[in-house]
Design a protein around this ligand. Structure first.
Ligand code: NCD
Ligand code: ZN
Length: 343
């Protein structure tokens, strides 16, 4: 029986650090295991300029657990960006790419883009500078079922973006459906991140008996068994196109349970790598974990693969109910459940 595995140190290609006291608490967890993280720019005041990005990067890195930890910041794309500043920041590694939030698709996406055609000039810049377009791939419209938002985004927007900017590197983030997996698999220059929770939950874990479980509520919402299986297959087997992105997205527990302002987002960073290891073990694919966690991502982004190694030991641990420090109290994903692996 395998009792420990060594993998190249991972990176998290999609995670939320927020700001202020919350940032100080959650940054420690992600920087404990990862060498690099893409810190999402949907902070309460979105990151849209090079100055903001430099300051945010510094703030995160100064609160990190390890000295060599690096935060990579994508620009929150809007239709009123300063394009000179944006291009300058891409050329000087201040922005790792641009993040497209369709308007009102998720937390703090109210500044996001209404008419995606209006920012095709930004995609052109990204393509020219060989930088990545990160996409929250959901279309939120009254006539679209919440479970079909990813599919509609692919059909009505992504298909055309892909065919207009053939050399643009695109990441479909937190892929949540088998439809999304298929799209990533058959198209060129597109990769996808997969979260642990989309490989562990189905919609019954969120919406059952007319009561929503707020701690399992996230965007994109988790879907059917068929989708879960297809995501597991994509992460664990036969391809280079999918990589680790936890989408760990903390909200204060009090904001989660106040039912009128239910916030979307699942907080998994205290145990996300261990959860991935559990899932890969269940799929008899532990030998492929390193590809997913530490190789496919940097290869897609055109960055170096990390040189350090990390060990996961087979030790059973129970996930604590909450992450609590000062005024911060966040419900942990997988709280009260057992995980087989420990970094
Ligand atoms: C994220 C958040 O809270 O910022 N929420 C979520 O449900 N995943 C935003 C996002 O990545 O969609
Ligand atoms: Zn996210």
């Amino acid at each position: 029986m395998t009792t420990s595995i060594k993998i190249i140190q991972p990176d998290d290609w999609h995670v939320h650090f927020r700001e202020d006291e919350m940032l100080k608490v959650v940054t420690k967890y992600s920087s404990r295991v990862n060498r690099r993280c893409i810190a999402m720019p949907n902070t309460s005041n979105p990151i849209t300029s090079s100055d903001q990005a430099s300051a945010y990067k510094k703030l995160i890195e100064s609160n990190s657990y390890n000295e060599n930890f690096e935060a990579l910041i994508p620009c929150y794309l809007t239709d009123s960006l300063n394009l000179n500043d944006f291009t300058f920041a891409l050329q000087n590694n201040i922005f790792v790419g641009g993040k497209l939030y369709p308007n009102n698709a998720t937390t703090n996406s109210q500044h996001g883009v209404n008419d995606i055609k209006k920012i095709y000039n930004i995609f052109e810049i990204l393509e020219k500078e060989n930088r990545v377009l990160l996409i929250h791939g959901e279309l939120n419209r009254d006539d679209i079922d919440i479970f079909d938002r990813e599919k509609y985004f692919i059909d009505e927007e992504l298909f055309q973006i892909r065919n207009t900017f053939k050399d643009l590197k695109i990441v479909l983030e937190h892929v949540s459906s088998s439809y999304g997996v298929d799209f990533v698999n058959v198209n060129k220059n597109i990769g996808g991140t997969i979260t642990p929770h989309h490989m562990l939950l189905t919609k019954d874990d969120v919406f059952k008996n007319e009561k929503i479980n707020p701690h399992h509520y996230c965007m994109p919402v988790v879907k059917n068994e068929e989708d879960l299986l297809s995501l597991r297959k994509a992460a664990c087997f036969d391809n280079d196109k999918f990589f680790l992105g936890t989408d760990s997205a903390p909200h204060l527990t009090k904001d989660k349970i106040q039912h009128e302002s239910l916030k979307a987002g699942i907080f998994s960073s205290p145990c996300s790598l261990e959860l991935y290891a559990n899932i890969f073990e269940e799929e008899h694919a532990l030998h492929n974990l390193e590809k997913f966690s530490s190789i496919n991502g940097p290869q897609f982004y055109g960055l170096d693969i990390n040189s350090q190694v990390l060990t996961l030991n087979k030790i059973e641990t129970e996930v604590p109910e909450y992450t609590e420090e000062g005024n911060i109290k966040i419900k942990n994903f997988f709280a009260g459940k057992k995980i087989n692996w420990k970094v």
